[in-house]
Design a protein around this ligand. Structure first.
Ligand code: BTN
Length: 280
């Protein structure tokens, strides 16, 4: 049986998704434009908190900053989780970091099962790229819809694209992107990885809700932060500066120490952070 069919059937198979709500309602598309677009459409039609939208192929996959996300069939994971969090609007951006943690943990679990945890460790490039062997293996795009009066969140959708199968990346991504199977040298089950990520997300989300911030997740996030202690270049619309990443705040901003010793909080969305000596 072809793997694209396995993706659907295995996800739906009883017993794989060990969650209370995340991924319990599943929308599966063999091919669609973008799971983020599908999630928004179904959110408007009252799809529940935790609904999961998965596609084997996307014809108009969307990346951050208006970029496209190449989404060929049969080899990767493309999914979007719909949340209806009862939290204030300014808390929503932290959910992206919660998902980054869940994906990194899910990938870490796969590496453990393959006995590769010593040689390959997943990391997070702030705020939400998942990195393996210094290259990006997953990107996350979070979008939000506000209540009609604009004073509350109607829903948040978090879309993640994970490079699972071996593939040829476009020339400009060659030294920046990598797939799990390329590094593992072995095939892995996309549906199992997805189920592990949902389980991990659910747990981290409950921790997030306790204080409605990253108080209980910060340590774990920082342990995976590949920028930690490294030189970074903060690119802002009107210029930028260089410094050393010193961790994150409880609300998810990156702490960057400038050469004069002052520490600046960097907010995701306004800026992008690059390693001075490469992608990380
Ligand atoms: C990035 O640019 O790093 C974010 C990429 C996010 C891609 C995923 S794939 C599933 C979901 N649907 C989309 O159209 N985009 C996200």
């Amino acid at each position: 049986m072809k793997e694209e069919y396995l993706l659907k059937e295995k996800i739906a198979a009883e017993g794989l998704m060990h969650t209370a709500w995340a991924g319990k309602t599943l929308y599966y598309y063999e091919t669609t434009d973008s799971t983020n677009v599908r999630a928004k459409q179904e959110a408007e039609r009252n799809a529940p908190h935790g609904a999961l939208f998965v596609a084997d192929e996307q014809t108009a996959g969307r990346g951050r900053r208006g970029r496209a996300w190449q989404s060929p069939a049969g080899r990767n994971l493309y999914f979007t989780l719909l949340l209806r969090p009862g939290v204030a609007v300014d808390k929503a951006s932290m959910l992206t970091l919660v998902m980054a943690l869940a994906v990194a943990e899910g990938i870490g679990g796969v590496l453990r099962k393959e006995g590769r945890e010593a040689s390959l460790r997943p990391g997070i490039k702030w705020p939400n790229d998942i990195v393996l062997d210094g290259r990006k293996v997953c990107g996350i795009l979070t979008e939000m819809s506000l209540e009609p009066e604009q004073n509350g969140i109607q829903y948040v959708i978090i879309g993640a694209g994970i490079n699972v199968g071996k593939q040829e990346f476009p020339k400009e991504l060659l030294d920046k992107a990598v797939s799990l199977e390329e590094l593992l040298g072995a095939p892995l089950s996309r549906s199992r990885l997805l189920a592990d990520i949902m389980q991990s997300f659910e747990r981290h989300y409950e921790a997030f809700l306790k204080c409605q911030d990253l108080t209980y997740l910060r340590e774990e996030y920082e342990a995976m932060l590949v920028n930690y202690g490294r030189a970074v270049r903060v690119l802002e619309p009107g210029g930028g500066f260089d410094g050393v990443a010193r961790g994150i705040t409880n609300t998810g901003e990156l702490l960057v120490e400038r050469p004069d010793g002052s520490v600046q909080r960097v907010y995701a969305g306004e800026v992008s952070v690059r390693g001075i000596y490469g992608y990380v």
